[in-house]
Design a binder for this molecule. Structure first.
Ligand code: NGO
Length: 537
């Protein structure tokens, strides 16, 4: 069997119109929704909660509000401080974090280990004039619940200077747990490099929508972005440029740890990806011994794919992989290490299988679980591996079936269909940034599908969740990232979090429209899709 190459070769024809710094063309929106109400109806947030029971009068934040925590938990204290940091600037209230018993009519963050129904990330929010109580079994649940509190408040809460209140949260109870344990977003820092602060900014945006996994695409033909002490040229040479010939960049180990810690403080697990055996020009350019002819290619700043490969027969290749995987695994508290495996068009099928059979055990040796793009099912995914499906509606049935068969065989699936979840796809032909090889992906298209039934023949319980990749061939600034991610990212986040029974475009588009003033308050550049009834400008 040959590794199907259709999707990859389509990429060679990708439209890579580099329009850095430009926002996508604004489209004319339908008549806008009314201005924000003083009290947002309970549950009118993104992702929509699993269960909402409105009841009674709202809770009101005041200058006297205190945030009560269980003093024995350092995690609750950190979340209390984070909440105070979110609500403090716009309200101007001090919001001290105190022992729960001293919080009175304030906000209570309670950990209740016996609340098994709330799982690892669920929470219950009870809002009444006497107080606002968040209960969770785990700190992660409190953190997700804090995002609900935040979104129930007027959008002005996101501003960094004191705003006019009142600050009310509708009365009632929200009980909320996620549909999928894996709710990811990927950022490609290889095609264009993004600084630690820029990555932190994205992490904060993801947190608002209850995303729990940040997949970092750390290496590609155009750049190697993570320090590996045993292979210094990877970063000094391989990290020295990017698409378009800019200066590139890389994370030192300390900087990378900073990202991982910041993500952890937002209850996000970082999955580092080192893409192999293809997408490796930056590594080959740095270490000639990794090529079969022993000649290092020049650095590459274009946007083609599929032309590079580590030399599979050479032992030096596995010494290299061992060094890289060992050092990156040591930097990774998370469970997973992503080994790429997509578009290995310059690797023969037999070599691809050989490579994956040798490399997957190296990942296991350093205590990590393999994740790979779904081409990994053309070899044999290791036991427990996850594969990330990035096909399209038009992907050949046999390729889909190969992935489904792996899923029936126990391989977990992360769904990132390119014509639904790829945030780098243009919304329409008029979108200035982005690619179009997977077609145009408007907001409805990205939201309106069901992960559980998406891949024919894949058992529903093999679906671990969804992930929205943000590839950056055409994206160079945070404004570029923003306008491609917003407003599609919240929709994919909702697919991952909210129960299937809540899936409804007509209801979703109204809740999404209500996010617009929040995007503005957060300084997010966003695409005014004509499919969504945005508030009038
Ligand atoms: C493909 C390709 C990437 C491109 C991206 C652009 C995968 C898994 N491999 O997705 O190298 O950057 O499309 O949309």
């Amino acid at each position: 069997m040959t590794i199907p190459r259709l999707i990859g070769s389509l990429l060679l024809f990708a439209t890579a119109g580099v329009g850095c710094g430009e926002a996508a063309a604004d489209a004319k929106a339908p008549a806008g929704a009314a201005a924000e109400p003083e009290v947002r109806p309970l549950g009118r947030i993104v992702p929509v909660p699993a269960s909402v029971t409105p009841e009674g009068e709202p809770y009101t934040l005041t200058a006297a509000t205190r945030i009560g925590i269980d003093e024995t938990s350092g995690a609750s204290r950190a979340i209390g401080r984070y909440l105070a940091g979110l609500l403090g600037p716009a309200t101007g209230f001090p919001l001290p974090v105190v022992d729960d018993s001293a919080a009175g009519r304030g906000i209570h963050l309670r950990l209740a280990p016996d609340e098994t129904g709330l799982g690892d990330e669920g929470y219950r929010l009870v809002s009444a004039p006497e107080g606002l109580t968040l209960t969770a079994r785990e700190p992660a649940g409190l953190f997700r619940g804090v995002q609900t509190v935040r979104q129930q408040l007027p959008s002005a809460i996101e501003r960094k200077s004191v705003q006019q209140g009142p600050w009310k949260i509708a009365g009632g109870t929200v009980t909320d747990t996620p549909r999928y344990a894996y709710r990811g977003a990927m950022l490609d820092v290889a095609r264009h490099f993004f600084t630690v602060d820029e990555v932190k900014r994205y992490i904060d945006q993801l947190a608002l929508y209850k995303v729990n996994t940040l997949h970092l695409h750390l290496s590609d033909d155009q750049g190697w972005r993570i320090a590996v002490d045993s292979r210094p040229l990877l970063t000094t040479h391989g990290g020295s440029t990017e698409v378009g010939g800019g200066p590139g960049g890389f994370y030192t180990k300390a900087q990378y740890r900073e990202i991982v810690e910041y993500a952890a403080s937002r209850y996000q697990e970082v999955i580092p990806e080192i893409d192999m055996p293809g997408h490796t020009n930056a590594a080959l350019a740095s270490y000639a011994e990794l090529t079969c002819d022993g000649v290092a290619p020049p650095l590459y700043t274009g946007t083609k794919v599929g032309f590079s490969s580590l030399c599979v027969p050479k032992p030096a290749t596995y010494d290299f992989v061992d060094d890289v995987v060992r050092e990156i695994a040591a930097l990774t508290p998370g469970r997973y290490l992503h080994i790429g495996g997509d578009e290995a068009h310059s690797t023969s099928h037999d070599d691809y299988v050989t490579f994956m059979n040798k490399v997957q055990p190296i990942v296991a040796k350093y205590g990590k679980t393999v994740v790979g793009w779904h081409q990994l099912t053309g070899a044999t995914p290791a036991k427990g591996a996850l594969v990330q499906y990035w096909g399209l509606d038009r992907t050949p049935a046999e390729e889909k079936e190969r992935v489904a068969a792996a899923a029936r065989n126990g391989t977990g699936l992360i769904l990132s269909p390119a014509d639904r979840t790829y945030l780098d796809m243009k919304y329409t032909k008029d979108t200035r940034l982005g690619l179009a090889w997977a077609g145009y992906v408007e907001v409805r298209r990205s939201y309106d599908w069901n992960p559980a039934t998406y891949l024919p023949g894949a058992p529903a319980d093999a679906i671990r969740g969804v992930e929205s990749p943000l590839w950056t061939e055409t994206l160079a600034t945070t404004g570029d990232l923003d306008v491609m991610a917003f407003p599609r990212l919240p929709g994919i986040a909702e697919l991952g979090w909210s129960p299937a029974s809540t899936h409804d475009w007509d209801a979703y588009k109204v809740r999404l429209a209500e996010q617009a003033p929040r995007f503005d308050a957060l300084g997010i550049t966003w695409y005014r899709s004509p499919e969504v009834p945005w508030p009038a400008e």
